[in-house]
Write a protein that binds this ligand. Structure first.
Ligand SMILES: Cc1cc2nc3c(=O)[nH]c(=O)nc-3n(C[C@H](O)[C@H](O)[C@H](O)COP(=O)(O)O)c2cc1C
Length: 218
């Protein structure tokens, strides 16, 4: 791809408010989008995310109640994703989950796992002061958003529209995740929703500050 083609995908991407209900994203294309999330970078490579794709109309309806930023997207999106983030029960430096993750996924030898755990401990306790559940969750959530950005860009590159959504009540939505979607909310919280599909109307022209206002060179 040329630089101009990549930039035109960035220009093409916009927060799409309503999708064409006659068009469904092909499985192969949505798998491609999910793969860009899976391959996203994260601090220490801990992948503190999980993605739930909600296609059941009844579950989408249930999500609407507390999601003021989402109703039209829940009604019209071809695919509707929930971006979950791991909580401190999984992400704190001393959890069994992290030990197992480093062994099973990262394929690290025991002595390296011990060293890395100590490093993560120091990082969480002192470098970034991730000293309570909320701070740890917000730190992990920042990384979940990298996957979100990658999914939106990847989608735009293949002509698929998207809309990121934070317009919902976190606590009550989590209760719905627990009650209706069977998600273990002791382990996962919701960071964002992300709708995908195909636009019905062209967006207004993008507004952004100029490059000199957003970049400083020293
Ligand atoms: C984290 C985040 C949360 C957002 N939440 C909502 C939302 O709840 N509903 C909505 O319609 N748009 C939402 N947006 C879209 C923004 O309003 C939009 O990206 C911004 O105005 C820039 O416009 P553009 O994406 O079309 O270039 C959100 C965007 C981000 C990045």
């Amino acid at each position: 791809m040329t630089k101009e083609e990549i930039l035109s995908a960035f220009r093409y991407r916009h927060a799409c408010k309503e999708f064409d209900t006659n068009k469904i994203i092909p499985k192969e294309d949505f798998d491609f989008i999910l793969e860009t999330a899976r391959l996203s970078p994260s601090s220490f490579g801990l992948e503190p995310w999980h993605f739930v794709v909600v296609q059941d109309p009844a579950l989408r309806e249930a999500l609407k109640e507390n999601a003021w930023g989402a109703p039209k997207k829940l009604d019209t999106a071809s695919h509707f994703l929930l971006g979950l983030t791991m909580k401190s029960t999984l992400m704190k430096w001393d959890t069994a989950y992290l030990q197992d993750f480093m062994r099973r996924v990262q394929d690290l030898p025991e002595e390296v796992i011990q060293g890395k755990s100590k490093f993560i401990e120091q990082y969480q306790k002192s470098d970034f002061e991730l000293t309570d559940d909320r701070r740890l969750f917000d730190w992990a959530a920042k990384q979940s958003y990298i996957a979100m950005g990658n999914m939106m860009t990847a989608a735009a590159m293949i002509g698929i529209d998207s809309c990121p959504i934070e317009g919902f009540k976190q606590e009550t939505t989590e209760q719905i995740l627990k009650d209706k979607l069977g998600i273990d909310t002791d382990k996962y919280g919701i960071s964002y929703m992300l709708a995908f599909g195909y636009r019905v109307v062209e967006p207004r022209e993008k507004t952004r500050r100029c490059i000199d206002e957003v970049v400083t060179w020293k």
